[in-house]
Design a protein around this ligand. Sequence first.
Ligand code: FE2
Length: 295
Amino acid sequence: MSDDLSSSRTSAVVAPRFRRLEYRTPAYEPLAALYRDALGLTEVEPGLLRSADSGFELAFDVNPESKRESETTVGLYHVAFLLPSRAALAATLRRVFAAVRSATERRAETGDLETPAQEAFSGPAFFIEGAADHLVSEAVYLRDADGNGVELYADRDSSQWRRDAEGNIAMDTVELDMAGLLASATSTDGICAGSSIGHLHFRVPDLDSAEVFYRKNLGLKVTQRSYPGARFLAWGGYHHHLGVNTWAKDRPAPEGAAGLVRVLLSAPPPGAETSPGAASRRELDTDPAGIVWGW
Ligand SMILES: [Fe+2]
């Protein structure tokens, strides 16, 4: 399988876009507090949010019976929104921090600040979980009201990406220069035109069987297999469009759990095994993370 690493250097493959993500949730408004109000996605109608240039959309299917999982399960680790520049990432972060600050001030006025360590960094219904410099990118992590992971990131220019002797794209987790990042903001826009869903990251029971599934069904190739407990795959020469990890226990999500349930691509994935004459719109079987892919 290591041939992927060298072939991913020069591939001219055009990657499909992540066009639409569908979530199951017990309630929409707590999620909208992050995706609509703090991140600035446009509400087409309640439950449907779209990016500024309609490059992608998030759809929330409300089922009051669906449960938010308190324990870590197989499924979504995070959805990563890729901003077109460092300044655009910084602008979005400033908007998120402003939402957190105003919510915290409202709570302070009403005497509703009970657990300072958590609440001090909490927004109306989401919280900022961490930040990291991954060498290829700078990233900040949040968690929405249902516990879904969210990454906001901007890539460094690909000319700065490094590869090791085996061909792995060098990625690491080191301290982010948050002050320097925020200083680069030139506005307080949210997720702006030119942004996209840059990658998805799932929790799976097993890396090897997950790799086989995504290679065969989605035409993804490995770009990084040396990271402990994780593997990264991409179409073409990107650092990754999909990350998978086994950092959580192999615990399946219960039937009907809140979370990401479906991913729709803008086009058939390049190199995927598709049968001749297959319908132009196709849906795959559930993947190792319990998520359905289609295009
Ligand atoms: Fe990520």
